[in-house]
Design a protein around this ligand. Structure first.
Ligand code: HEM
Ligand SMILES: [Ca+2]
Length: 559
């Protein structure tokens, strides 16, 4: 395959994607659920189930497929678990300026744009990479000789699917598949295909489905089959637009927030436009949610992560004037880069706390902190009325600092992630740091050396950099992330600031969106009286919710 400036993988003319299945209407006001037709000339760009792009060509040991196991000098790379034990331990230092909302909202964004598909066997089933499995799609990690924490002989590890397994595009060099739409289109809320989206809708009043929780406010809808209980209590998992919404209850809280806000908006829109049917209400509410969400990312979250100066330099900030800011360039490939998904945007793993505090709407702790091991794919605590359930865990995110940006990870993430004791007494668990390193090699990510002229695995090395001035993360990750978000802004025809066009907001609507921050919508959908304006920053200065401007829905009156 060809690389165009190493940023686009050119889908070759023989590839069926080129000609088939797309019929696009360039004038439609709403983006498609699978991301197709955003780019009119190349309608597949940004669609779900396509390969990642790359900023640098891959480095596989055989130049095309096998995981990178050798360094530039030809020596074998160290065991990922050994590196993890060497460089990480849970020492609970905290950021002084940034809240825990910063990484967990980052995870929420990550789940909008990237999820690498796991390799499957020929029948389409998951491959069980136990220690004796010789399948070349298994690259499980042996425990080093000095291992005395993880009680197992290897950490199971399945490679990410080769794009050829899904697309008949004749990729000679292995490329990995992203199952999600790359656009910041809130696909973690609405799904990355039409079926998933339909399964989440109530088909009444433009509303999303929800379930009865333990408060007067709605919870996410429940799965019919998947269990997120613990040893004693059976609880079904929540469902959303993406499979990882139960990953931790803080993240589930953010999903819950956006589901509630969607439904609140649908009700408000129905009030100003009583003649709108379910479909119009749903699509307008979704469009507005995407606009608000993109504004939060570019106005509040990103400048906090990469620093305001750098965000300004890279032209990532919303326009300072009121009005459209049309930077759309159909030549930009909006796909997620492998460097972003497989290393840079995993920076959040080091910022996750080992326990989550539980707070009420007046910033008081309402219960002891809960260890993350009790809230990962376990939803029992969501319903605990004594400790405040999912509401208090969510509010904890804006009242506690994030863990420090360094190579240290919380013990649960490093040594006990998704720990499972089988009936024969054998243990399985994941070391997330080792997994990130191994995943980089699986995907043929070049070394940090090739990016920064140093000599270690890119992911691990990135965590050792000093933060960029005024930001959270080091300069290499900041650069990769800034480039990615630039492409997601200029390569998205539906970007909220673009216009005027038939698919754009009206100028009045855009200006309403620009009045909103994440703090305002938290006020709308959680029981809270006072809040800091920028919820990604630790602050003792709180304002009353009613001091924050809300959207005027009259700007949506039959336009
Ligand atoms: C309790 C919190 C979290 C847990 C348990 C968790 C767990 C995981 C796991 C198990 C993987 C797959 C590792 C692999 O085999 O390659 C992963 C991938 C990833 N995580 Fe996290 N994560 C957490 C928080 C975060 C945060 C805070 C961020 C970002 C700010 C983040 C960003 C990512 C990204 C970008 C990927 C790659 C996704 C893909 O393309 O497949 N995660 N995470
Ligand atoms: Ca998306």
């Amino acid at each position: 395959q060809e690389y165009d400036n190493f940023a686009n993988i050119i889908v070759t003319p023989t590839c069926p994607l080129q000609s088939q299945f797309f019929s696009c209407n360039p004038n439609t006001r709403y983006s498609k659920f699978d991301g197709s037709c955003n780019n009119i000339e190349k309608p597949w760009l940004g669609k779900s189930f396509l390969p990642f792009k790359r900023y640098l060509p891959p480095k596989y040991d055989d130049q095309k497929n096998t995981p990178r196991q050798r360094s530039l000098s030809g020596r074998s790379l160290p065991n990922p678990r050994m590196l993890s034990l060497l460089y990480s331990s849970d020492i609970s230092k905290y950021e002084s300026l940034y809240t825990h909302m910063l990484p967990i909202f980052g995870q929420f964004i990550a789940h909008d744009v990237t999820n690498s598909a796991s390799s499957q066997d020929l029948n389409g089933n998951a491959i069980n990479c136990d220690c004796s499995n010789r399948n070349t799609e298994c690259i499980s990690i042996n425990m080093p000789s000095n291992e005395n924490i993880m009680r197992m002989s290897c950490m199971k590890f399945t490679r990410t699917a080769h794009a050829n397994s899904n697309l008949n595009c004749g990729f000679v060099v292995r490329e990995q598949l992203n199952t999600l739409t790359s656009f910041l289109d809130a696909s973690q809320i609405y799904g990355s295909d039409l079926d998933r989206s339909n399964s989440l809708r109530l088909f009444q009043g433009g509303l999303l489905r929800s379930s009865q929780g333990t408060t007067s406010r709605s919870f996410l809808p429940l799965s019919q089959s998947q269990s997120c209980g613990d040893e004693n209590i059976m609880t079904f998992c929540f469902v959303a637009g993406e499979d990882r919404s139960n990953e931790n209850l803080g993240l589930t809280g953010i999903h819950t927030l956006f589901m509630r806000e969607h439904n609140r908006i649908a009700v408000e829109l129905a009030r100003v436009n009583p003649h709108w049917n379910d479909q119009t209400l749903f699509m307008e509410a979704r469009k507005l949610i995407i606009g608000i969400y993109q504004h939060i990312i570019y106005n509040e979250w990103l400048p906090t992560v990469v620093g305001l100066n750098y965000a300004k330099q890279a032209d990532l900030l919303p326009a300072s004037f009121s009005g459209f800011y049309n930077k759309y360039n159909p030549k930009i490939n909006p796909a997620i880069s492998n460097e972003f998904a497989t290393a840079a945007f995993r920076f959040g793993h080091t910022l996750v706390r080992s326990s989550f505090g539980r707070f009420d709407g007046n910033s008081f702790m309402v219960a002891a902190s809960v260890n993350i091991s009790d809230i990962l794919f376990k939803n029992v605590q969501a319903y605990n009325t004594i400790t405040g359930g999912v509401e208090s865990i969510f509010l904890g995110l804006i009242n506690e600092p994030a863990a420090k940006y360094d190579s240290n990870m919380a013990d649960t993430l490093q040594n006990h992630l998704f720990e499972f004791v089988a009936s024969d007494g054998s243990v399985q668990a994941i070391d997330l740091l080792a997994a990130n390193i191994n995943r980089g090699r699986d995907h043929g990510l070049p070394s940090y050396n090739q990016i920064r002229k140093k000599y270690v695995d890119y992911y691990l090395a990135g965590l050792f950099e000093n933060p960029i001035p005024g930001g959270v993360i080091g300069p290499t990750f900041a650069c990769i992330i800034a480039n990615q978000f630039k492409d997601l802004k200029t390569g998205d025809r539906y970007f909220y600031e673009n216009g005027p066009s038939p698919s754009a907001f009206t100028l009045d609507q855009l200006n309403e969106i620009k009045k909103i921050g994440l703090s305002r919508i938290i006020c709308n959908d959680f029981d809270i009286t006072r809040i800091q304006k920028n919820v990604f920053l630790i602050s003792s200065q709180k304002v009353f919710c009613n001091e924050l401007t809300n959207i005027d829905f009259n700007k949506w009156k039959a336009f």
